[in-house]
Design a protein around this ligand. Structure first.
Ligand code: DQA
Length: 148
């Protein structure tokens, strides 16, 4: 099983960015942690970050014939991008939206997510563990569909 993990704008700055909200974990640390879990679960992951909306959309398209599922932290595009939502709907693949912070404990504009409407679910507020929880949930989901 192959899972694509996508990270949106400014997540490359984790570790120095708004540490009071995101802590001091770096994206590279999250990647390593997820690769460890992937090994345990016997799945492959590809972990990418881009600051561009186009980049995220093109990676979602690419996932269609190359991956079994998507984990995505769309960062600020969560709250603005109908195009990203449409891309996830278009590929019709299981996707999980993740956030380090608890969106619902923050500003009101962060309470709205476009991609969440077309994802299986959303995991928000567990810091780096949001990603490992998402991987476990997505793998379970895909395996349960395969045995149906
Ligand atoms: C975020 C939450 C978003 O609102 C914000 O724009 C981010 C990070 C998170 O992981 O908590 O860049 O996606």
């Amino acid at each position: 099983m192959k899972i694509l993990v996508l990270n949106g704008p400014n997540l490359n700055l984790l570790g120095t960015r708004e540490k009071n909200i995101y802590g001091s974990v770096k994206l590279e640390d999250i990647k390593k942690e997820l690769e460890k879990l992937a090994l345990e679960l016997s799945v492959e992951i590809d972990f990418l970050q881009t600051n561009s909306e186009t980049g995220l959309i093109e990676k979602v398209h690419y996932a269609k014939n190359n991956f079994d599922g998507i984990i995505i932290n769309p960062a600020a595009y969560t709250h603005t991008s109908i195009a990203l939502m449409d891309a996830i709907a278009a590929v019709d693949m299981p996707a999980v939206e993740v956030h380090l912070s608890n969106l619902y404990a923050r500003e009101e504009f962060r309470h709205k997510s476009y991609p969440a409407k077309v994802c299986i679910g959303q995991i928000s507020g567990f810091g780096q563990h949001s990603y490992t929880l998402a991987l476990r949930a997505l793998v379970e989901y895909i395996l349960s569909k395969k045995t149906l």
